[in-house]
Structures are given as C-alpha cells and as structure tokens.
Design a binder for this molecule. Structure first.
Ligand code: BYC
Length: 475
C-alpha cells in the first residue's frame, strides 16, 4: 500500500518529487486552480472551518481522515490506486498483452479526449453548485455540499495529473482550458449538456447527486477498466469518493419525501396546494424533478449505437462497468438486441455488441437508478399511500443524444403527436411556477440544531458525530 506524501506542496502518491519537470508544471497550474476555486467555487464560506474528510491513503480500510479545514486550504492531491504487478489487458482486441504505462501513439488523441471530457465535468459541477450555500437546509447539508465540491475539485486534479504527466504540451493546454470553460457560459460552455444546466435549488442538487453523479460512477467504472493503467488506477480511487456523493443525493431525496409524507398524513390530504402551504414538496413536483434530471443524465452515455464506443472497447481504452461480470471480453462477433427508430418506424434490430457499449452501460445505470425509486415507493406505501408511486420516465423521453433524440415521446415511452408533446412537455418538467415555489422553500438554516421545513433531519451524523454537531463553524 502506498502512503500519500503530505509534506509536498501537492500531496501525492505518484513520487512527484522524483519528476521535477512534472512537479514544476503542476505547481504552475496549482495557483490557477486556487484562483479558479476562489472565483468559481462555493460563494461565501471560504473563510470558515468545515468538517471535511481528506484522503490520507488509498487503502480501502482507512483512506480518509476527518477534521475542520478552511476550503481553500483543503489538501487537493493526486492519488492513484496501487499498481498491480504484471497486469494484463482484459478486454478488446489486445487481451493478454501487458497494460500500458505510457500512452500508445495511435490512441493518443482519443484517450486525451476521454480524459478531457471526464475532467471537464468535475469543475463544471462545482460551478453549477456554487450558490447553494446561501440556501442550505442545515449545517449538515452545507457540509455535505462542500465535501462534494472539494472532492470534485480533487477529481479535476486527478485528470489534470494525467494530462500533464502523459500528454506533453497538448495536455498542459487542455489543463488550462479546463479552468477556462465555464458551466452555462454562452461563449465557452462545459462540454456535456447536463453540466451547463443550472442547479439553483437543493431539490436539483439532490437530484443531480443521485442521477448525474451516478452517471459519473458508471463512466468511472468503465474507465477504471482501461488498458491505460494510470487512467484505470486514477478512476479506481475516484470511485471511493464518489460513493458518498450519490449517498448525499439518495438520503436528501428520502428526507424530502419523508417530510412530504408526514405532512400528507398530518393534514389528511394529498392536495398539492395544501402540502405546499404546509412547507413541503408535493410528490407531483418531485416526480417532475426526477423526469428532468434522469432524462438529462441519460444523454451523458452517448448514442445507443456508437462507433466511438466500439473503437474504444476494441482498442481497450474503455471497458464495460464491472467487465469481470461478463463471459466474453472480446465481443468480436457477438450481437446485441436493440430498439431503434428508423424511417419513421420503431424497430428491433441486432447490432454488433461493441457498437452497443454505451447502451449496455446505460442499462446498468438505469437498473441502479431504480433501486432508489423502489426504496422511495416502499416509504410511500409505509405511510399508507398505496395509490402513489414515483417512477423513472422512459429512457426514450426528452432525449437530445442518440436514437431517441428530438422525438415526441411521453414519459411512458409512447410516441405522441408533436403538438400535444410540445404542449405537455412543460407539465412533465418543473415549470416556472414550480421553481418559484421550490425557491420559496430554500431558506438558509444555519442553526446547528435545526433543519428547514421541507426536509427531515438526517438519521445520523457524519463520522459518528452528533446530528446537531457544528459541521461548519460560522464564528
Ligand atoms: N453532450 O458516439 P457518441 C461525472 C458527442 S459524469 C454533448 O454518441 P461516445 C460527474 C460525442 O462527444 C461522467 N455531446 O458518444 C458527475 C461525440 O462528439 P464528436 C463524465 C455529446 O463518444 C457529477 C458525438 O456526440 N465522464 O463524472 O461514444 C459531478 C457522438 O458521440 C454527448 C465521461 O464523460 C452529450 N451528452 O460517448 C461530477 C467519460 N454525448 O466525436 C462529475 C468520458 C455524446 O462527434 N467520456 N456527445 O465530436 C466518454 O466516455 C464519451 O465521450 C461519452 C460519449 C460517453 C460522453
């Protein structure tokens, strides 16, 4: 197990001090990162002590330490999972050959592009969430927001390390650009659609961490299979941190639904107006937020039938999440049944398995998303509301990428008349009115013992601390 070196300016377990030119290049990038953090990171709160976990080892058993830190002083560093000796390529056309410790010339631009795309999402999410501290429902939630933010910052470091260490001058230029594009910027936006959507309230934040961070999990799992070993090892460790981000989303949504159900029961009503007047979020509105963030996140997997995906798999750049679960790791002449829409008709066809890798990953993601939905529906039943349930909309609904892009398909997955679709779309998604209502609930709560009206208290504190612990010191 490799311990992290905290004595250096940039904490790392990659022996940075023995590569002076790389160290200098990263130390040159570091102040730019800090200046980006100050300008585009969490607004306010930068001078307060926050109870944060920091990676101290890549050992699964005890990788993090907890303590109060001012966010700009967080020890962002470069941590890769330990190298496995004599590791071999385990999927695609090069099975059995040694994994690559350097970037093969033929795959240089594709690999760089994958790393840049992954890297771009990390600072994007910090930018998207930068104003949320002003409306936090509790200190506990505020701390979780900042934990997510600093770790997304570290994930940016992870990708920037790879760019600097393995891609020469192009890599350094890309690392600069990662700080220059900005979420929602008209002229220089982030690369992928979802990362330009505003996250201006905590319902969106919890949905984003549930649905979009989960896309992150699946993309990282695919890259953790890569034959380019430094990328695989980087992503393996990122996944350790990512689990908490999705947990923030799942428990946040659960607590919101719990408060809604309490109000329904207390007031003996399911009227949207009455629930809203009581300061909770009605289930109809929660469903609309699910529709929005799930459909947006589905696009992040790319097209259902993709030559990019086929090439990435064949060349061993990007595998399937948990590749070990599959029997055939070559998938050279195998086929996959896929639904498609061609010449105005819905058809079932067989495509080469390799071309369907994006869809295979997406389906694994959808199954994972459904776990939370089932859990929330059990909660709804537990409160005695058999007639209500939440659901994921169809994977064909409101897509902008792939086979189903720009078709008039309702959340049930049925084709409908274009005019009806245009008219009804707004009613399936949060309307201006819904957003106004949600914003009216977003009142900052900074008293350690208190939680905003629309959400229940968390079940337990962080790292065995009390729920009422002062997770952010405001003095
Ligand atoms: N928006 O064959 P196609 C995370 C482009 S989230 C805009 O369909 P491919 C996180 C595509 O680039 C995980 N453009 O797809 C979460 C291509 O462009 P060109 C991020 C899109 O290439 C929360 C064209 O359409 N990780 O970590 O097989 C907080 C046709 O491409 C989109 C990664 O993204 C889109 N949604 O797959 C913080 C992993 N989708 O070549 C962090 C790295 C596709 O025609 N990236 N396009 O110019 C990849 O693996 C792949 O680039 C994608 C696309 C899966 C994104």
């Amino acid at each position: 197990m490799s311990n992290l070196n905290y004595q250096e300016k940039i904490p790392n377990n990659v022996d940075l001090s023995n590569d002076l030119s790389l160290q200098r290049a990263l130390e040159h990038w570091q102040p730019k990162f800090k200046s980006w953090w100050n300008d585009m990171g969490p607004d306010g709160f930068q001078s307060y002590d926050v109870y944060l976990r920091t990676a101290v080892s890549v050992d699964a058993a005890g990788w993090a330490s907890y303590g109060k830190v001012k966010m700009p002083e967080y020890r962002w560093g470069i941590f890769l999972a330990d190298q496995v000796k004599d590791k071999k390529i385990h999927f695609g056309d090069n099975i059995g050959k040694p994994v690559w410790q350097q970037v093969p010339g033929d795959y240089r631009s594709v690999l760089r592009r994958l790393i840049v795309t992954q890297g771009d999402t990390e600072p994007a999410s910090v930018e998207q969430q930068r104003m949320l501290g002003k409306t936090c429902p509790s200190l506990f939630d505020l701390r979780n927001l900042f934990q997510v933010n600093v770790e997304e910052g570290r994930h940016l470091w992870a990708m920037v390390y790879l760019l600097h260490a393995y891609f020469g001058r192009d890599g350094r230029e890309e690392a600069e650009s990662l700080l220059e594009r900005n979420s929602g910027d008209q002229d220089n936006p982030r690369i992928l659609g979802t990362f330009n959507e505003p996250i201006s309230d905590w319902v969106s934040f919890f949905m984003f961490t549930y649905f979009t961070d989960r896309d992150g999990k699946y993309q990282l799992k695919s890259l953790a299979e890569s034959s380019f070993d430094p990328l695989a090892r980087t992503c393996q460790f990122m996944l350790t941190e990512e689990a908490h981000h999705m947990q923030v989303g799942e428990s946040g949504i659960t607590r919101m639904i719990e408060r809604t159900l309490e109000k329904m029961k207390e007031l003996k009503t399911d009227s949207v107006d009455n629930i809203r007047n009581a300061g909770a979020v009605d289930l109809v509105t929660i469903q609309k937020y699910i529709n929005f963030w799930f459909s947006s996140s589905l696009d992040l997997f790319g097209s259902e039938i993709s030559t990019n995906a086929a090439t990435a798999f064949a060349n061993g750049l990007k595998g399937r999440p948990d590749e070990f679960r599959y029997n055939d790791h070559s998938e050279k002449n195998t086929l996959f049944d896929i639904e498609a829409f061609e010449n105005g008709k819905l058809i079932n066809k067989k495509v080469p398995m390799r071309n369907a890798m994006n869809e295979i990953t997406r389906q694994a993601y959808v199954d994972d998303c459904n776990i939370g939905i089932k859990r929330w529906n059990r909660l709804i039943k537990k409160y005695g509301y058999e007639e209500y349930s939440l659901a994921l909309p169809s994977t064909k609904f409101r897509r902008n990428i792939g086979v189903w892009a720009n078709l008039s398909i309702n959340p049930k997955g049925e084709f409908i008349n274009q005019d009806i679709y245009n008219r009804k779309l707004a009613s399936w998604l949060p309307s201006e009115n819904d957003k106004k209502f949600i914003n009216s609930l977003m009142i900052q709560e900074l008293d350690p013992g208190k939680t905003a009206s629309w959400i229940t208290k968390p079940r337990r504190g962080i790292n065995n601390q009390e729920i009422d612990y002062s997770y952010v010191d405001l003095n």
